[in-house]
Write a protein that binds this ligand. Structure first.
Ligand code: PEP
Ligand code: MN
Length: 353
């Protein structure tokens, strides 16, 4: 349920309403300050509350609305019907993810293999315009015999790449035990498709401060995905980015997954959270990544995640879907064309003289 305060409501009155909701009504209100108005969100056992009675609390209450959806904090209504932003400090400055900001590109290998390759990839994607380096230290693999990632030593290599380039780091957390070490290096913690409904992991990443990139489970409905985000938000972390990475449909021969680009306009109406598209896992083949990346920008995504490897043929994981740095560089130029048309391309930084 949300209580919408009138424009220009005095701060003291908003505080009084908050207080009364807690003491008289035994509720846990949450104040959400928007561009023009303040709304007070109420989650939990609100089914029996009478909106008309709540309205009586203050003449400054404009409306009391029920959020009919099962996800509350993730719902667009809960955020004034506006998009929220996730602002992430990186060594090279704060990067904003959200509908009102330029497109953010995240790039890098599927897994961190060794120092030379991660530093080289970081330098190349940075030069092409990426703002974040991705790379797995802990890899969720279908086979226990496949490369599982180098673990903690790979985290150190990511830290070195961050230091060398100023790029932010996004890396996947599979086990809550690794959170302290991973949290020291990652600017964004990735929860992978296979863990989207690992509720105890969601609660744990929700209870810490680093922003979370929540990938869509390969067979998850949009509602299940948003409920997973709700777990993180409910645990106290409001910085969640949703990443579509393809869902499983019936064709396994020509594409790895079916990239559901329709989630972009759908999520826009349902949630305020920023959106990322991963055409690499979404298609599974490097040759299809560029067209899906361009389509995602045209459809209004806030960010893209693209796998890049200096030598895809030798990659320890996801080589077939990884772009070479050269192809990635060219793709960035192609993306700039569409990005400018939809007014989401970052301004070129002034050349140093
Ligand atoms: C990855 O990003 O390398 C990855 C394993 O992704 P997903 O969880 O989407 O399969
Ligand atoms: Mn991968």
């Amino acid at each position: 349920m949300i209580i919408v305060m009138k424009v220009g409501s005095p701060e003291a009155e908003i505080d009084r309403v908050n207080q009364e909701l807690q003491t008289t009504w035994n509720l846990t209100p949450e104040k959400i300050v928007g561009k023009h108005k303040v709304v007070i969100g109420l989650v939990g056992e609100t089914a029996d509350l009478d909106p008309l009675q709540l309205r009586e609390i203050s003449p400054f209450i404009e409306d009391v609305l029920r959020v009919e959806r099962p996800y509350k904090r993730a719902s667009r209504e809960f955020h004034h019907g506006e998009a929220s932003e996730v602002a992430i400090p990186t060594p090279a400055g704060t990067v904003h993810f959200g509908e009102h900001y330029p497109l953010v590109v995240v790039a890098g290998p599927c897994s961190v293999e060794n120092e030379a390759m991660i530093i080289e990839t970081a330098r190349r994607v940075k030069a092409a315009g990426a703002k974040f380096l991705r790379g797995g230290a802990y890899k969720p693999r279908t086979s226990p015999y496949a490369f599982q990632g180098h673990g903690e030593s790979a985290l150190e290599l990511l830290a070195a790449a961050r230091e060398a380039t100023g790029l932010g780091i996004i890396t996947e957390l599979m086990d809550a035990e690794d959170l302290p070490a991973l949290g020291k290096v990652a600017d964004v913690i990735q929860v992978g498709a296979r863990n989207m409904q690992n509720f105890s992991l969601l609660k744990k990443v929700g209870a810490q401060d680093k922003p979370v990139l929540l990938k869509r489970g390969m067979s998850a409905t949009i509602e299940e995905w948003l409920m997973a985000a709700e777990y993180i938000l409910a645990a106290g972390n409001s910085n969640v980015i949703l990443c579509e990475r393809g869902i499983r449909t019936f064709d396994r021969r020509y594409t790895r997954n079916t990239l559901d680009l329709s989630v972009i306009p759908v999520l826009r109406t349902l949630t305020h959270l920023p959106i990322m598209i991963d055409p690499s896992h979404g298609t599974g083949l490097a040759e299809y990544v560029p067209s899906m990346a361009l389509a995602a920008i045209a459809a209004g995504t806030d960010s893209l995640m693209i796998e890049v490897h200096p030598n895809p043929a030798k990659a320890l994981s996801d080589g077939p879907q990884s772009l070479t740095p050269e192809r990635f560089d060219r793709l960035m130029q192609e993306m700039a064309v569409i990005g400018k048309v939809v007014n989401r391309w970052p301004q070129a930084e002034p050349a140093l003289v």
